[in-house]
Design a protein around this ligand. Structure first.
Ligand SMILES: Cc1cc2nc3c(=O)[nH]c(=O)nc-3n(C[C@H](O)[C@H](O)[C@H](O)COP(=O)(O)OP(=O)(O)OC[C@H]3O[C@@H](n4cnc5c(N)ncnc54)[C@H](O)[C@@H]3O)c2cc1C
Length: 533
């Protein structure tokens, strides 16, 4: 997948069937669905693929045990089915993750145990393994750093885990494999209309400022937290579609888990859900659910959110991490379907599709886990609008780019799937590419070269935040690696010293917000109780 070729193709096509605005989970899923149905498809992303919410999730492909507690059976059933399909179609990217729910109260074992048996039953043949009741010793064997004081036992259950930004890149590649045009750094700045109906978009290449008028039979707004901006391009008086809710995660070294089993706290004293999940040899802990007034492409964790996660994880662990041991802090904004509820955690995670009077199609809400079903649902409307409703959805059994039947998740570079052999070839041609980009990061130089050559990696931030996940794993190490990564990229892309300096500055201004805040004096300032994720 090469940006120059994609733009040449974009310029050569007179009219597309489907134009998608936004390259997160939702937009990329739609591009895969549309292109695999045989529609002439274009996807335009203003920044980088998954720059928005889709690189900032808890990294779970899950039915959502919490939604079961809330009684949202439809969402759980749908998400469990999608979890199974994604595991089948992208086994190189989705693994089976075991979780322990520790129980400290007498009623918890049977309450959560029965709930999880229902969860297993709902997953049916697409289940990832049966849940089990555990006694205290079995619980501690799986989660040795749990606080033993008052521990009665636990429940073991299974869900899926993935690398969100990597799946996004592989979805972009899948769409391109099926002949879609996918372009990053191409922002939509206006809509074209004929006879009061939307018939295309006006877009600007943010790399060189070139403008494009792109015609399409159907235009889909899949811009997540920015959906209202696009809706206003259509109708300045459009009612808001979205509520924003921020969730943050803290990243620690794996020594605070001491195993490969994740911990799920189903209801803390404050009524929230908290996960501590192993990921790329670190653990990520979160999340929060804080209503925020406006959208930002680079949301920043608040001190009180960091304090909240720290206070709660300290309650459940024997060996507690300190503020100085936080390796990275990342924040994301949920694009929740607008509701009258003041508590964002109570707003449904279902998706919603609307069609304006001028036939702009908008899709909002949903989850990473359900991106395929969201795409199928919105495409049923879009193909009808485009007069192509004979074209059927193919994604239920469609392999995602890099598909490999057998995968060893302990092997380095496993997440590239079948592309790994191409990266091995780069190393064979130049052995220095096998060197790490930083002693504390699990990424090698060949991954940067591969990303520039094949994954439309345009900036140092793309390389360190989304093609590799360096910024999320260890923000300080990522900042230290930026100068050498910038030099490597400049060589590959034919750029000079000025580009290198600019890239390092740009990266540092984003990355500083991922550095842990040292000891904020916030003890006792818990956020209002809500449930999260
Ligand atoms: C803290 C947190 C944890 C979560 N954890 C999970 C989880 O574990 N599992 C799960 O299934 N789900 C999870 N989710 C939900 C999931 O991450 C989101 O539902 C999903 O990523 C939303 O994707 P999206 O494509 O709709 O939005 P986005 O990813 O935000 O994509 C929208 C894109 O549109 C682009 N855009 C905006 N304006 C324009 C324009 N004018 N022109 C072109 N492009 C534009 C943006 O740059 C952006 O890339 C979590 C969410 C949060 C916040």
């Amino acid at each position: 997948m090469n940006r120059k070729e994609q733009i040449e193709k974009l310029a050569s096509i007179k009219e597309f069937d489907i134009c998608i605005i936004g390259g997160g989970a939702t937009g990329l899923g739609i591009a895969v669905d549309a292109a695999s149905r045989g529609c002439k498809t274009v996807l335009l992303e203003k920044y980088d693929f998954a720059k928005g919410t889709s690189s900032r999730s808890t990294k779970l492909v899950h039915g959502g045990v919490r939604y079961l507690q809330q009684g949202n059976i439809k969402l759980v059933m749908e998400a469990l089915k999608e979890r199974g399909l994604l595991k089948k179609n992208a086994p190189h990217l989705v693994k089976n993750q075991s979780f322990v729910i520790p129980n400290y109260k007498w009623w918890e074992n049977s309450f959560y145990g029965i709930g999880l048996k229902v969860y297993d039953w709902m997953a049916g043949s697409l289940g990832l393994g049966p849940s089990q009741f555990l006694n205290k010793e079995e619980t501690l064997a799986l989660a040795p750093n749990l606080d033993q004081d008052g521990l009665r036992g636990g429940i073991l259950y299974h869900d899926g885990q993935f690398d969100d930004a990597r799946l996004a890149i592989h979805l972009a590649m899948t769409a391109a494999d099926h002949d879609a045009v996918v372009v990053n750094y191409m922002g939509v700045e206006g809509l074209m209309k004929a006879n009061e109906k939307v018939c295309g978009v006006l877009a600007k290449d943010l790399v060189n400022g070139k403008q494009f008028a792109i015609k399409a039979k159907a235009v889909i707004n899949a811009t997540g937290i920015f959906s209202d901006d696009i809706a206003k391009m259509d109708d300045p008086n459009a009612e808001p579609l979205i509520s924003h809710s921020q969730g943050i995660h803290l990243v620690f070294d794996k020594e605070f888990l001491l195993s490969d089993t994740a911990i799920m706290i189903p209801r803390t004293d404050d009524g929230r859900v908290l996960f501590a999940v192993p990921w790329h040899n670190k653990i990520i802990v979160g999340t929060t659910d804080t209503p925020v007034a406006s959208a930002s492409e680079e949301p920043i964790a608040r001190k009180e959110e960091i304090a909240f996660v720290m206070q709660h994880i300290h309650r459940y662990l024997k060996k507690d991490p300190s503020y100085d041991e936080i390796r990275s802090v990342f924040a994301g904004l949920r694009p929740l379907v607008k509701s009258n509820s003041k508590i964002t955690a109570a707003i449904s995670r279902d998706h919603h599709i609307s069609v304006s009077d001028s036939e702009l199609i908008s899709i909002t809400g949903g989850k990473w886990t359900t991106y395929r079903k969201m795409a199928e649902d919105v495409m049923e409307i879009a193909v009808y609008k485009a007069g192509m409703d004979e074209k059927e959805c193919k994604t239920r059994n469609l392999h995602i780019h890099g598909y490999k039947e057998t995968n060893n998740y302990n092997e380095p570079l496993y997440y590239y799937g079948s592309d790994k052999s191409e990266i091995d070839k780069l190393i064979k041609a130049d052995a220095s590419l096998a060197e790490l980009i930083h002693p504390l990061l699990p990424y090698i130089k060949a991954e940067i070269t591969w990303a520039v050559q094949n994954e439309m990696c345009m900036t140092v931030e793309d390389a360190l935040a989304r093609r590799t996940r360096a910024l999320l794993l260890d923000a300080k190490a990522a900042i230290e690696s930026a100068p050498s990564v910038a030099k490597m990229m400049a060589k590959e892309m034919g750029k000079g010293e000025q580009w290198i300096t600019q890239q390092i500055d740009n990266f540092n201004s984003v990355a500083k917000n991922y550095l842990p805040t040292s000891n904020p004096d916030l003890s006792g300032q818990a956020l209002k109780p809500q449930t999260s994720n």
